[in-house]
Design a binder for this molecule. Structure first.
Ligand SMILES: CC(C)(COP(=O)(O)OP(=O)(O)OC[C@H]1O[C@@H](n2cnc3c(N)ncnc32)[C@H](O)[C@@H]1OP(=O)(O)O)[C@@H](O)C(=O)NCCC(=O)NCCS
Length: 150
């Protein structure tokens, strides 16, 4: 079997990342402007930005990504890592890429000294939750979102 590689995103991954990002936005029925997509990609490549991205490569093809934000917090001395977006191309699912991306981040947490790695998902996202439940139990917090328009 072709090995699966997890690595930081590189400039040459732009086209592959953008295609997967589009798939991810479609999955959420979200319309994200080109300006946001361009800025997100630019921040991924910017070593001074808090946004980072790792990709899963299979047989020389980028088949998935995890976008994260590493940020300060008020509860611990160390930074924490928020896994904001996780996506694997439909044809590559069920082969361990999603798990490997999270495992890579869990190892990075230990190596970088982050206090926590955390993420959220829709309560009915069974496929994702099957995977997440193998890492930890979901807690009881719920999300509130307020927007400028009220
Ligand atoms: C969630 C997602 C990232 C998982 O990626 P993946 O590469 O398929 O995951 P893996 O191959 O590592 O699968 C690991 C576990 O996921 C679950 N899983 C994978 N495919 C599944 C399927 N078709 N049905 C149900 N569970 C599934 C299983 O629990 C599996 O564990 P197992 O190998 O012990 O059976 C992928 O399905 C995806 O991109 N989904 C659409 C976007 C999404 O929901 N992102 C997460 C938003 S928070």
């Amino acid at each position: 079997m072709t090995p699966l590689t997890i690595r930081s995103a590189l400039p040459a991954d732009e086209a592959a990342w953008k295609a997967l990002w589009q798939g991810y936005c479609d999955f959420y029925k979200a319309s994200v402007s080109d300006a946001v997509t361009r800025r997100t990609w630019a921040r991924i490549l910017d070593p001074d930005a808090a946004v980072m991205c790792i990709v899963a490569e299979h047989g020389g093809q980028v088949v998935g990504f995890a976008n994260c934000v590493v940020h300060e917090n008020t509860w611990e001395l160390q930074a924490v890592c928020y896994l904001e977006d996780l996506y694997v191309a439909p044809a590559a699912r069920g082969q361990g890429a999603g798990r490997a991306l999270i495992e890579w981040l869990r190892n990075a947490m230990r190596a970088e000294g982050w206090a926590r790695l955390y993420w959220m998902t829709h309560k009915d996202n069974v496929m994702a939750r099957d995977l997440y439940d193998q890492f930890t139990q979901a807690d009881d917090f719920v999300r509130y979102v307020v927007r400028p328009g009220g």
